[in-house]
Design a binder for this molecule. Structure first.
Ligand SMILES: C[S@@+](CC[C@H](N)C(=O)[O-])C[C@H]1O[C@@H](n2cnc3c(N)ncnc32)[C@H](O)[C@@H]1O
Length: 253
């Protein structure tokens, strides 16, 4: 398995809730964008931080499913979310669900957009082209026609260091590799000693190549969300259009 979060999972919540992501902003905009959706899938649910905040918005009839392939992350999500979210231990490359979802989203999960100047590159936890194509096609097959896919925009992968509570220091170091990939090392240090280290290899494509890949797999780019937190896509040409009562009607396009 590539890019599991096993080594980082004990420290994950501490790192992420110490200012890495603005979960409240993501959840508030997701709650607006997912109005009208019933069954929604989170791609890379992790420890359940996004779902927990999204549930606070009490969207009528919303049923959440979270997918992840790191058991130690899912164990925390189960403890956090209980029965409120269906959690699946699955690698998205083997995704095999019926076409029952009205929406899917990824917040730093399997896919993400990284701000790079005026555009946002598409980043993927799947480091090679073929895995991205087959995972996106499988995702497409699990979504209803006209369903919405929302990919969050986040800080770029760059060198970064941040002091956490309990004398811990989080540090990430990024190196560009050939073939549209970058390698990211995550370190947790205490008193100068490394207490956790994880490495992930990401695939990173320019915005236009990323949108081309998604288009190839049946996802039409419909615009950036009003608050700028998400790139929005819809499946299939025959889906309901904005203003016709379909899921995600607040999204441009
Ligand atoms: C940075 S975490 C984001 C977690 C959560 N969305 C959040 O915002 O806190 C990325 C998650 O994606 C999961 N992931 C990476 N590759 C995956 C794959 N191929 N299939 C399923 N999950 C994957 C990792 O296990 C990890 O939990």
């Amino acid at each position: 398995m590539v890019n599991t979060y096993t080594e980082l999972s004990d420290y994950y919540d501490l790192i992420m809730t110490s200012g890495y992501y603005d979960y409240a902003a993501y959840a508030a905009e997701l709650a607006e964008l997912l109005q009208g959706c019933r069954d929604v899938l989170e791609l890379g649910v992790g420890t359940g931080l996004v779902c927990e905040r999204l549930l606070r918005h009490s969207i009528d009839g919303l049923r959440l499913t979270g997918l992840d392939h790191t058991e130690s992350m899912l164990a925390q999500a189960r403890a956090r979310l209980g029965e409120r979210v269906q959690l699946l231990n699955q690698d998205i490359r083997q995704l095999d669900l019926p076409a029952s979802f009205d929406g899917a989203f990824s917040v730093g999960g399997v896919w993400a957009h990284y701000r790079t100047g005026t555009e946002a590159a598409l980043g993927s936890h799947l480091p090679d082209h073929d895995s991205n194509v087959s995972a996106l096609r499988r995702l497409h097959a699990s979504l209803r026609p006209g369903a919405v896919l929302l990919i969050a925009v986040q800080r770029p992968h760059d060198d970064y260091e941040h002091v956490l509570p309990n004398g811990l220091v989080y540090e990430q170091r990024v190196k560009t590799l050939s073939g549209d990939r970058l390698v990211k090392d995550y370190y947790l240090r205490q008193d100068g000693r490394v207490v956790a280290h994880q490495q992930c290899v990401f695939r990173v494509l320019s915005e236009s190549r990323g949108n081309g890949l998604l288009q190839q797999c049946g996802f039409r780019f419909t615009g950036v969300s009003p608050k700028g937190n998400f790139y929005a896509y819809r499946t299939g040409p025959q889906g309901p259009r904005a203003g016709h009562g379909g899921p995600g009607d607040t999204i441009p396009g």
